[in-house]
Design a protein around this ligand. Structure first.
Ligand code: FES
Length: 321
């Protein structure tokens, strides 16, 4: 899926917190940037061959800038390390137009935004949007310590201050995140948005399910790499319908890797099932979906799959390639 590209410049870089920088991007010529929806991300082409996805965390009403918050990940495959070490004010970058796989449902009474660490970024954009709409919401931001809390000025002094609650692992027990106290049992017309590392999401989503929150009222965006391969994965074959060529996908390979090795030119970006770049039409066979970019309905429809991470339930898949 082609995503239009834009040339931008880093106009500001701020050390926001321990291990977190904010990067503000603007158009080279001062033009307005494309509008974005709360929860959207952009592809950032880092100029060293790497493409990474980062959530936009500023107010979606702003058109003069895109604001990113980027954590230096110890397990980084080079993206966050490059940003922290080498991306300076004045640098030119190419980015993709904003895309949103984590949309806000605006026509509800109340929204509860639950952030683990750097997962706060898309939720900040949502908080801005909800504040602009005058809707009822709370933002809970869980972090290891105050030194690791990014965008403190926005959270503590800005328009979101009355709605934002910090929960620090090293703080008093009384301020730690407690699902029953901070969220509580399922409520109609209320939606939960959860973003953070895998473990945080699992913990919060399980707590919500146990307390009767319906799946349709829980929205999740994973932050950071999820494992793509799993024990017990089996080989299968993929046929590229346009050429008729059939390729074997090994147990320890992704479809994208097997096709690339066989000479296909496969467009990839995140390689984690997040960005949607590799979405491919399925003509025959049943995919085993492992992405985070399709909706539940799209996964059930089995018409599209992310070939960077998803596999096959059937022995063969026929793809529109
Ligand atoms: S490359 Fe990003 S979803 Fe597959």
């Amino acid at each position: 899926m082609e995503n239009p590209k834009l040339d931008v410049r880093v106009v500001r870089r701020i050390d926001e917190a321990e291990g977190i920088v904010s990067i503000e991007l603007a158009c080279e010529d001062g033009q307005a940037l494309p509008a974005f929806a709360a929860g959207a991300h952009i592809d950032v082409h880092l100029g060293n061959g790497l493409v990474r996805q980062y959530s936009l965390c500023n107010d979606p009403a702003e058109r003069h800038r895109y604001l990113l918050g980027i954590l230096r990940e110890p397990a980084s495959r080079g993206g966050s390390e490059f940003v922290h070490a080498a991306l300076r004010e004045g640098a030119r970058l190419t980015i993709g137009a904003p895309r949103c796989n984590f949309p806000l449902v605006e026509a509800v009474q109340r929204s509860i935004l639950l952030a683990g660490g750097i997962g706060v970024t898309p939720l900040l954009a949502m908080a801005h949007r909800l504040a602009a709409l005058g809707q009822d919401f709370t933002l809970h931001y869980c972090a290891r310590s105050l030194s690791r809390v990014a965008f403190r000025d926005v959270l503590q002094d800005g328009p979101l201050a009355r709605r934002a609650y910090l929960h620090l692992d090293d703080g008093a027990v009384s301020q730690r995140f407690d699902f029953d106290w901070d969220v509580g049992p399922a409520m109609p017309e209320t939606h939960l948005y959860i973003c953070g590392p895998d473990g945080f999401i699992r913990f919060v989503a399980e707590a919500a399910a146990l307390r009767g929150w319906p799946k349709e009222q829980i929205h999740v965006e994973y932050f950071g790499a999820q494992s793509v391969g799993e024990a017990g994965d089996k080989p299968f074959t993929v046929t590229a319908a346009r050429s008729g060529k059939t390729v074997e996908v090994g147990a320890d390979q992704t479809i994208a890797q097997a096709l690339t090795d066989a000479g296909f030119d496969i467009a990839l970006s995140c390689e984690q099932g997040i960005c949607g770049t590799c979405l491919t039409t399925v003509l025959k066979g049943e995919p085993l979906h492992r992405d985070d970019c399709l909706t539940d309905a799209e996964r059930q429809g089995n018409k599209l799959m992310a070939i960077c991470c998803s596999r096959a339930k059937s022995a063969t898949l026929v793809l529109d390639l």
